[in-house]
Design a protein around this ligand. Structure first.
Ligand SMILES: [Zn+2]
Length: 356
């Protein structure tokens, strides 16, 4: 039963049981991106991918597309045994209230979420101010969240300081992309004086080994491969390391498998216990998920088995004492209906993207 986590209670998990899995970095708003109209030219690098894909998509989001994207993303998480999502949201044309829409969608499906709005100066100082205000509104109203920042390279020093200060005032950390691409390699020098242990430092691909940033590094191996930004080599960091998907679903067993394969590619001596430990760090970030229970279609749920076993999925999921997935199907929502509404909303979103 090695590496199954650190249960808070005396409950001894069955061989086919784990706590709810945690996705430590997600973008629920990206769930409707699949099938979006192709960019005007093929992105040639990381900056192109941001400008031609994600920053096009986020500008087209409205309240309904935010809602149905989050509903679909939450459903897909639950269907893979992920009960807690640490989300990072951006919708520059629909900022006010957006975090509550994401939170409500997750609550409807029965999945836990921590919300953050990704503050940025790339839409001018007023856009940054409104992003900070949305984080503040959500936290003041009692939402579970962090203060989001897109990345240092799209923010002024004043905005970074304001975000760090807002987070400290509310006793939460900052959730920020750091050194994902080379363009953001100087981030550490600008953030070092601000970062604290409760920050989520996402990616860290281009961080130096001794970067001096406090916080948990969130490793997103599939996204890093997809964006060709390089391998983060997370085992080199002194910081705690957690696993995220960066918006490519929330199948954390699959992300663990990939994290192990990437780690093993550069070091044949490593064990899958290391990547499983990164997955288990999610329970330090979202402790409530430790009390959630997932019954799987496979046993034992042991890293050495899982690293080499395809198709492992949940049969039953209990969140906060309520069965929210039974016989592989959600109990609170009709999965066909959610997928159908999400597809309608995706069609509308894609039409806006293809428009003039
Ligand atoms: Zn991200």
């Amino acid at each position: 039963m090695g590496g199954l986590g650190r249960p808070m209670t005396d409950h001894v998990p069955a061989p086919n049981e784990t706590p709810g899995l945690v996705c430590a970095h997600h973008h629920l708003y990206s769930a409707l991106a699949r099938g979006m109209p192709a960019p005007p030219r093929t992105p040639a690098n990381f900056t192109d991918i941001l400008e031609l894909v994600w920053w096009r998509l986020d500008r087209a989001l409205d309240e309904e597309s935010i809602r149905w994207s989050a509903m679909l993303g939450a459903l897909e998480a639950l269907e893979r045994g992920c009960t807690a999502i640490i989300d990072h949201h951006e919708s520059p044309e629909a900022i006010e209230g957006s975090l509550s829409i994401v939170a409500e969608a997750c609550a409807t499906v029965g999945v836990r979420v921590s919300c953050a709005y990704g503050v940025t100066d790339r839409h001018g100082p007023d856009g940054a101010r409104r992003g900070l205000a949305e984080n503040e509104r959500f936290l003041v109203e009692g939402g579970r969240g962090m203060v989001g920042v897109h990345a240092a390279f799209t923010c002024t020093d004043g905005t970074l300081e304001a975000a760090a200060s807002l987070a400290a005032d509310h006793g939460v950390g900052v959730h920020i992309h750091v050194a994902e691409g080379e363009v953001d390699a100087p981030a550490a020098d600008r953030l070092r004086q601000l970062a604290t242990d409760d920050w989520l430092v996402v990616h860290g691909v281009h961080l130096a080994d001794e970067h001096g940033l406090a916080g948990t590094i969130v490793h997103n191996p599939r996204s890093n491969m997809n964006n060709s930004v390089g391998y983060a080599r997370p085992a080199r960091f002194a910081n705690p390391v957690a696993l995220g998907t960066d918006g490519i679903g929330a199948d954390m067993v699959d992300e663990f498998r990939l994290a192990y394969a990437c780690h093993r590619e550069v070091d044949v001596a490593v064990s899958p216990e290391t990547a499983w430990g990164w997955l288990a760090t999610g329970w330090d970030l979202f402790p409530e998920a430790r009390s959630d229970r997932v019954i799987w279609n496979h046993q034992p749920m042991d890293p050495w088995h899982l690293a080499f076993t395809p198709g492992v999925g949940p049969v039953e999921v209990t969140v906060d004492g309520e069965v929210v997935l039974a016989d592989g199907s959600p109990t609170r929502v009709d999965s066909d209906e959610v997928r159908s509404r999400a597809a309608e909303e995706a069609a509308r979103l894609h039409k806006r993207l293809a428009g003039p």
